[in-house]
Design a protein around this ligand. Structure first.
Ligand code: AMP
Length: 220
């Protein structure tokens, strides 16, 4: 399956992508994770991306499109992948369309996770991520067994630089202006499946699996 998870920051894309990866055995491809890794490694790409990310702005299209092209051509993506955080602009969606066409591997579905903006702010300000393995937690909704420590690998949990309230507001307005139009774009192409992103993580995952089960019967 080749899936896109679409939705505002804090909609649960990363959390649900992680679950889907475990269930389907295909990789999660997160441009945000790849960019954070480049920042942490201090590469030229990381240095360029950091200034945009710290402000809650988008990294230029050319940069992320290049990263994704290379990633989707890797051997572990042959059986499928879950795109999380890409595409985020019309230009990225068009470049992705061209890439999957060149590879002869059409997208299976675009899952659009819907949540309201106040809930997004609440989720993101309580979000904590493992600095080592990237696992996601929430101080109230999904706390780790031991405060500040990852259940999976024992790494230290950190708050992302861009999960501060002011930057969250900016990221939401960027989403509204640049990414939300992709919902209509993919609806027009017949690929869009809307998923209610409110409530418990397990319930949202069940909704997604149900949708994909129906999807699987029809197409694979
Ligand atoms: P995320 O982890 O998906 O919330 O992404 C964190 C930040 O990385 C975003 O606020 C952007 O600065 C940058 N970023 C991630 N994915 C993209 C993308 N597809 N296009 C442009 N910038 C991106």
């Amino acid at each position: 399956m080749r899936l896109i998870l679409l939705g505002p920051p804090g909609a649960g894309k990363g959390t649900q992508a992680q679950r889907l990866t475990e269930k389907l055995g295909i990789p999660q491809v997160s441009t945000g994770d790849m960019l954070r890794a480049a920042v942490a490694a201090g590469t030229a790409l990381g240095r360029e991306a950091k200034a945009y990310m710290d402000q809650g702005a988008l990294v230029p299209d050319g940069v992320v499109i290049g990263i994704i092209r290379e990633r989707l051509a890797a051997p572990d993506c042959r059986r499928g992948y879950i795109l999380d955080g890409f595409p985020r602009t019309a230009a990225q969606a068009e470049a992705l369309g061209k890439t999957v066409e060149d590879l002869g591997t059409p997208l299976t579905a675009v899952l659009s996770l819907t949540v309201d903006p106040d809930e997004v702010v609440r989720r993101l300000s309580g979000r904590r991520t493992c600095g080592t393995c990237g696992a996601a937690y929430h101080v109230e909704n999904a706390p780790p067994r031991r405060a500040g420590v990852c259940d999976r690998c024992g790494g230290a949990l950190v708050q992302r630089e861009d999960d501060r309230e002011e930057t969250i507001r900016k990221r939401l307005s960027v989403y509204r202006d640049q990414t939300a139009p992709l919902v209509a774009y993919y609806r027009g192409g017949g690929l869009l499946r809307e998923v209610d992103g409110r409530g418990e993580i397990d319930d949202i995952f069940t909704r997604i699996c149900r949708l994909l089960g129906a999807e699987g019967r029809g197409r694979h």
